[in-house]
Design a binder for this molecule. Structure first.
Ligand code: PHE
Length: 344
């Protein structure tokens, strides 16, 4: 019996030694220490032993069991550590490997420009307003002193949806809407950026959809000199302090007098070159003093209130600022073009 136990011990320890995985080890545990294992069997058969033998064998069996248990525990730790090491090794990240490049986008050139224009005017106390792109004939034309059949409607070829609904041809209807909302109750100072639509055939300088930024200032005693001051401030901040502006007489049905603003050519500084078509000046926007009819229709007393308005096209401004020669570049979303204007 003693020999059998010693042999079992040697055999079990050998098996523990040979176990290469936790599963193997568990197998060894079950086969030697389990309920049906040889040691349990020995202990169960103790009844058949003599009185003298019983304590000796019992003690030995317990010792053997303990020795095997300790060996299994020790091996278990070794194996667990190995598993952990393996896992750590397989999950290591090589931080020196080059990463996958992340493509970074940025705001569209027009978005950046409109934001820049907005910021300049916000700095001068203007609030930013918006209006619908599908507009009524009333706000797009009539409220701007352009009754039905007025010949000046031809200045802006229009996409009509129904007889009374159209795609707005400019952002000026937002003037009429905002004034109409206040109905003469208080002064207002707003700009309105947005998309506008005209029935034009697309080419390098025309697009059936483009952007405008409208400005409107209505208060008591607003004068032409205020318009000039604000536009001069805008031009100098936006294009550079060295640029000059000039106002030329023009015509818009909703302003009287009406002007067009030019800035001095940055290439020739007013001397005349191919960029400014030898004039020394580049046309930037339309503007004027709000026509009394427009004020009155929106509920402002034109004897008390006066105002100025202006409208500019950011595409045109961008084309001048960056020397872009085709307006379609803004809309075809060629990332090689747009990417050049992403600010870092
Ligand atoms: N709405 C005019 C246009 O689209 C521009 C403009 C706005 C002119 C405000 C004067 C005053 O051509």
């Amino acid at each position: 019996m003693k020999e059998k136990l010693h042999a079992l011990e040697t055999e079990a320890l050998e098996q523990v030694e040979q176990a290469n995985s936790l599963a193997d080890l568990q197998q060894v545990r079950v086969s030697y220490l389990g309920k049906k294992g040889p040691i349990t069997e020995v202990l169960r058969g103790m009844g058949k032993l003599s009185k003298e033998e019983r304590p000796v064998i019992g003690e030995l069996a317990n010792k053997v069991r303990e020795a095997i248990t300790i060996a299994i525990e020790a091996k278990k730790q070794v194996l667990e550590e190995a598993v952990l090491n393996q896992q750590l090794k397989s999950e290591t990240i090589d931080v020196t490997l080059p990463g996958r490049p992340v493509e970074v986008g940025g705001p569209h050139l027009l978005t950046s420009l409109v934001t820049e224009i907005e910021d300049l005017f916000i700095g001068m106390g203007f609030e930013v307003r918006e209006g619908p792109e599908v507009e009524t004939d009333y706000y797009n034309f009539e409220a701007l002193n352009l009754p039905k059949d007025h010949p000046a409607r031809d200045m802006q070829d229009t996409f009509y949806i129904t007889e009374e609904l159209l795609m707005r041809t400019h952002t000026s209807p937002v003037q009429a809407r905002t004034m109409g909302e206040y109905r003469g109750s208080k002064p207002l100072k707003m700009i309105c950026p947005g998309k506008v639509y005209r029935r034009d055939t697309d080419d390098a300088t025309h697009s059936h959809q483009f952007t405008q930024v409208e400005g409107l200032y209505v208060d008591k005693n607003v004068r032409m000199s205020d318009l000039k001051g604000v536009l001069n401030q805008f031009a100098k901040q936006f294009f550079g302090a060295e640029r000059e502006i000039r106002l030329r007489p023009s015509f818009f049905p909703f302003t009287e007098p009406s002007v067009e603003m030019d800035i001095s050519c940055k290439v020739c500084h007013g001397k005349g070159c191919s960029v400014c078509k030898q004039t020394g000046w580049i046309e930037i926007l339309g503007a004027g003093m709000v026509h009394p009819n427009v004020l009155e229709m929106a509920g402002y007393d034109s004897d008390v209130y006066s105002g100025f308005a202006f409208g500019m096209g950011p595409e045109r401004i961008a084309m001048l600022k960056y020397g872009i020669d085709d307006i379609r570049q803004f809309y075809t979303n060629d990332r090689r073009f747009l990417g050049q204007y992403h600010q870092a």
